[in-house]
Structure formats: structure tokens, C-alpha cells
Design a protein around this ligand. Structure first.
Ligand code: ADP
Ligand code: MG
Length: 549
């Protein structure tokens, strides 16, 4: 291994679908052959990651880090010239050749890359923003010789069948919960991860399922039930996640017939609002498919025979005590989550000893609810730790109004959402509200179609969408060919309520339906997930509005 200052272009620039073959690749055939040969085998390390340019593969230790081709292309551009400024124009030209794109596309992809790298966590500093100019890869990069990556060999083994959502953030803490689930899975065929909204149920269920896949190549199918407004669609949602088209009125029978000889874990996410239909289907599946297991996430248990309930506790925060140092505070997962999200929002944010007790107080106030912590931490750029704490305290004082008891988790999260909503510019509020008509994932295109009206222009919409992603109100998945955005179910319920209050619900819903029609008549985009608008009739709007408040 040797430290890299500038990588040979042929190595760094392995063939990728995004790369324009005309821009500066070696012209001499021998050079090309040598370059290609090296590119196939050599890789770059920046601890604990290794990046394999020829395969466009990023590994953290032995685990594949799921990232979209665009984010990987950005990574390639940066690590090939460690320490050097790579301009925004250069990156855009390389990642989106021959296309005019908004700068926010670059921002969103760099943010996804940073999240995947855990940039900003203690001891992890990879990409620095050179304000107004571009980015610089600041960690030491080493070039590793061919054949020395056992992890790569293992990771390219037989493919595992799963459709789990790609998580661009690492799971903080929760080792106990994940271990407990893995330990219970062989003995129980139905496990329900139960807990308050935003506490981390989906995160834990996905992490457990991922471990299962890595450990024994278990087949896993993930079904998000949140978009369903009508319980009668539960069986079709499951069939669709399994890739089945059932030409029969009895979808349940079709499903059980298919599953009866399968060995599989089916993750049913967000069961609470269709709980009876889900329990009924689960019962049918479990009684006819002996090797199928179900891992459900729900705010309440399914109340089924043989159901193993795993109640998820809040992320642990430090107890009230004086003199907590930053290092001590960082042993608590709630603080880690806060600090990681704060560092995404404010470059260079580090927890100081002076701020540690304040952040601990914020996390306690937010009841260790992951989503509430994310919402608060992502506004650190605007307020700083102290003001943030005061603003939250004011909000909670109002809520408590003389009551001495702590707030319920439900009210805590509702308050955190209220607070975030209050502190975003009006345009972003309008946009967040309008986007709540999407029951599942949506693309930038569909977003613009429902947003742009009444004084909001396309570019403004795109910029605001990027801001809402940065503020944890919208999550972005840029791992596929087409970036997909979504509102977490709780955030969506909240925003939908606001949309109804604004009197715009019908008009926005109409725009969504019109766009859906135009969209359906064209070819669907080749994203990795199911097409954003073609899946389910968007009937969830009314039933969702009561989920928060
Ligand atoms: N252990 C964790 N580590 C990192 N992020 C987390 C963790 N738990 C939850 N989150 C984040 O908090 C938010 C809410 O989590 P989620 O799993 O969707 O909650 P739930 O399913 O209980 O509503 C998501 O943005 C998620 O990424
Ligand atoms: Mg969830």
C-alpha cells in the first residue's frame, strides 16, 4: 500500500454508465489495456472504507455500502485527487454529462455520500465543502494492491434475494434490540416490533433483516404498508412486494399457494393503520407456509396467537447529572444520533464539553425519540445548541401548562414536528404540505408537478426540496438511477393535516392524479424500487390525517 496524492486517471476512472468516454481517458491502446487491468483489481482505502473503482463498489469493512451510481461517481472524482479542490462544475459535468441539472442535485448526492461515510462522526472526516467552489477529499487515501481484499471476494458471492430499503445512515445503538430479534427469530414465526411513532421500529427491523441476509443468505421481502389507505389492499401490497401478479379475486389464496414451499422472512412495516387485515393475512400465511416468518412493525401489537412482542424503548440519553463530558455523553446513542445529524447540518460540528449537558438535556426532553432528535439536530445550523435548547424548552413549557408529568411520546413527537414546521420558511412549509399527497416514494419530477403552482417556480421547488431533505423532514434515496424522495409516515400524517387545514388538499390531490395519469401513459423510469406512482391508489390521504395530534 502507498499513500495516494493523484491517482492514475485510468484507475480512478473505471468504466461507468455516467462517464462520458470522450473526456480525457487515455488514448493509447496499451495504456488503456494496462489501465483497465489495474482498474479491475486495485482499490483505494480510507479507513474503514475501501472503494473499488472498477466495480463502483464501496465497502465498509466487509459490508457493502449501498449508494447510487451518482454518489459513487462523486466519490470517485474526489478520491482520485485527495486533498485537491474538485469544483462543482467539474463534478456536475462528470456526474451528469450532457445534461443540465440543478446544483441541488449535487448537494443531495454529496449529502447522501457523507451520510453513507458517516462523515462528521468522531474520527471520521472525509469530505470538506469549499464554500461556493466545490469539495475536497480530506482523509488520507491509500492505494491497495490487487488480491488483498478478502471482503471483496466474499461480497461478490451469490446474490441474496431481498428488497429492503437502502439505508444511507448507519444504525446507531440498538445492538441489543437487533440481537434480541435475531435470537427470537428462529423460535418464533411472528415477531412484532412495537413502539411509538418515530422511535426507530423500521430502522431496527431493517437492520435485523439485513443481518439475517448477510449471515445466512436468507430471502427477505419488505412490504411497506404505510401508503395503503384501505385495509383491503394489504394482500395485494404483499403480493406486489413478492413480485407476484395474481390473476384471481382471491389474492390471499394466491399468496399462500406461492409461499407454501418458500423459506423467507417477510417484513411487514407500518401495520398499525391496517392492523386487522394484516393480522388476518399473517394468520393465513403462517398456517399454510411453514418456513415463512413474519417480522412486523407497528405502534400496537397484532394480538395474534404465538405473536412475540418486542417493545422498542427510546434511544438512551444520559441521566440528569452535572459535569458530563462530551466523551461520556457520546456513549449514549441518543447523543450520537444528535451529533451525527448536527454534523450533517453544520459542517465541522463537534460536541464540546460545555455543550454536552445541554445536548443531553435536549435528548431527554425529546424522550429519546429518534425522529424528534433528528428534527432538532438538523436545525443546529440555524440556532446553535443553546438557542435550540431554549426554543424547545419554550415549546414544551407551553405544552405542559402546569402539568408536572412528562409528556407522552406521542405529544413529544407532535411538538417536535410542530416546532420544526414553525421554523421553516413559508415556501418550504407550502412544499412540505403539498408533498404529503404522495403516499409512498416520489421523484423530483412528480414533486415539481404537484408543488409548482401559486407563485412557486420550478427552481425554487427544487431548492426547497433539498432544504427539506437537509432538515430531516423528507428523506432521499439516491441509490437508484432516479432519486426517490419520501416523507416518513409520521411526517406525512402531520403535513397532510396541515394541507387539509390550508384548504389545498383537493387541488393538490388533483394535480397529483393528473400527473399520475400522464406519467402512467409514459414509460416508467428504471429506478431500483417500484415506480413511485404506479403502485397503489392514493387513498391514504384522509385516513392518515388523524395519525398525529
Ligand atoms: N438507531 C438509529 N440510528 C440512526 N437513525 C435512527 C435510528 N432509529 C431511528 N433513526 C432515524 O429516525 C427516524 C425515525 O425512525 P423510524 O425507524 O422510521 O421510526 P419508526 O419506524 O418507529 O416510526 C428515521 O429518519 C431513522 O433514520
Ligand atoms: Mg416505521
Amino acid at each position: 500500500m502507498g499513500q495516494v496524492t493523484a491517482l492514475p486517471r485510468a484507475l480512478a476512472k473505471a468504466p461507468s454508465p455516467q462517464v462520458d468516454p470522450s473526456d480525457g481517458v487515455p488514448v493509447n491502446t496499451k495504456q488503456i489495456a494496462e489501465g483497465a487491468q489495474r482498474a479491475k483489481s486495485a482499490y483505494l482505502t480510507f479507513s474503514p472504507f475501501s472503494f473499488h473503482p472498477a466495480r463502483y463498489l464501496l465497502l465498509e469493512g466487509e459490508t457493502v455500502v449501498h449508494l447510487g451510481s451518482r454518489a459513487l461517481e462523486i466519490l470517485a472524482a474526489l478520491v482520485e485527487r485527495p486533498g485537491e479542490l474538485v469544483s462543482k462544475d467539474e463534478l456536475v459535468a462528470r456526474v451528469w454529462p450532457n445534461t443540465i441539472v440543478e446544483e441541488s442535485n449535487l448537494k443531495v448526492n454529496v449529502a447522501a455520500l457523507r451520510r453513507a461515510l458517516g462523515d462528521g462522526r468522531p474520527g471520521r472526516r472525509y469530505i470538506a465543502t469549499v464554500s461556493g467552489h466545490g469539495y475536497r477529499f480530506v482523509a488520507p487515501v491509500e492505494l491497495s494492491e490487487p488480491g488483498s481484499s478478502p471482503a471483496l471476494r466474499r461480497s461478490t458471492g451469490p446474490g441474496h434475494s431481498h428488497n429492503l430499503p437502502v439505508s444511507l445512515t448507519r444504525t446507531i445503538g440498538r445492538a441489543d434490540a437487533i440481537d434480541a430479534l435475531l435470537e427470537q427469530l428462529p423460535r418464533h414465526r411472528l415477531i412484532a416490533v412495537v413502539g411509538a411513532a418515530g422511535i426507530g421500529k423500521t430502522t431496527v427491523a431493517v437492520a435485523a433483516a439485513e443481518t439475517l441476509i448477510t449471515a445466512n443468505e436468507h430471502a427477505v421481502r419488505f412490504v411497506d404498508l404505510a401508503p395503503l389507505g384501505d385495509p383491503q389492499f394489504v394482500p395485494s401490497a404483499v403480493a406486489s412486494a413478492l413480485g407476484l401478479t395474481i390473476h384471481s379475486d382471491d389474492v390471499v389464496a394466491g399468496l399462500t399457494a406461492y409461499l407454501q414451499d418458500k423459506q423467507m422472512l417477510v417484513v411487514l412495516d407500518n401495520c398499525e393503520h391496517v392492523i386487522e387485515a394484516t393480522a388476518f393475512l399473517a394468520e393465513r400465511i403462517l398456517s399454510s407456509a411453514p418456513d415463512v416468518q413474519i417480522l412486523a412493525t407497528s405502534r400496537e401489537r397484532l394480538r395474534m396467537k404465538g405473536e412475540q412482542v418486542h417493545r422498542l424503548s427510546p434511544l438512551a440519553s444520559p441521566p440528569v447529572s452535572s459535569g458530563l463530558t462530551a466523551l461520556q455523553a457520546l456513549t449514549f446513542p441518543a447523543i450520537q444520533l444528535f451529533v451525527e445529524r448536527a454534523a450533517e447540518s453544520l459542517e465541522g460540528f463537534e460536541l464540546s464539553d460545555a455543550d454536552a449537558p445541554i445536548v443531553a438535556e435536549i435528548c431527554r426532553k425529546l424522550g429519546g425519540i429518534a425522529l424528534a432528535i433528528e428534527l432538532a439536530a438538523s436545525r443546529i445550523d440555524a440556532f446553535g445548541v443553546r438557542v435550540l435548547s431554549t426554543l424547545l424548552e419554550d415549546r414544551f413549557q407551553l405544552l405542559r401548562q402546569g402539568r408536572r408529568t412528562a409528556l407522552s411520546r406521542h405529544r413529544t413527537l407532535a411538538a417536535a414536528l410542530d416546532w420544526s414546521y414553525e421554523f421553516i420558511p413559508e415556501t418550504e412549509r407550502i412544499i412540505l404540505r403539498r408533498l404529503s399527497v404522495f403516499a409512498g416514494a416520489f421523484t423530483l419530477d412528480s414533486a415539481t408537478a404537484v408543488i409548482t403552482e401559486s407563485g412557486i417556480l420550478g427552481p425554487e421547488a427544487v431548492e426547497s426540496l433539498a432544504n427539506l431533505v437537509a432538515k430531516s423532514l423528507i428523506s432521499a434515496d439516491v441509490s437508484g438511477a432516479v432519486a426517490q424522495y419520501r416523507l416518513l409516515d409520521t411526517t406525512r400524517a402531520y403535513a397532510l393535516q396541515k394541507l387539509a387545514e390550508s384548504g389545498e388538499l383537493e387541488a393538490v390531490e388533483r394535480r397529483r392524479a393528473e400527473h399520475h395519469q400522464t406519467y402512467s401513459s409514459k414509460q416508467s423510469p428504471n429506478g431500483r424500487h417500484s415506480p413511485p406512482l404506479s403502485g397503489w391508489p392514493n387513498m391514504g390521504a384522509k385516513s392518515m390525517t388523524s395519525a398525529v395530534h
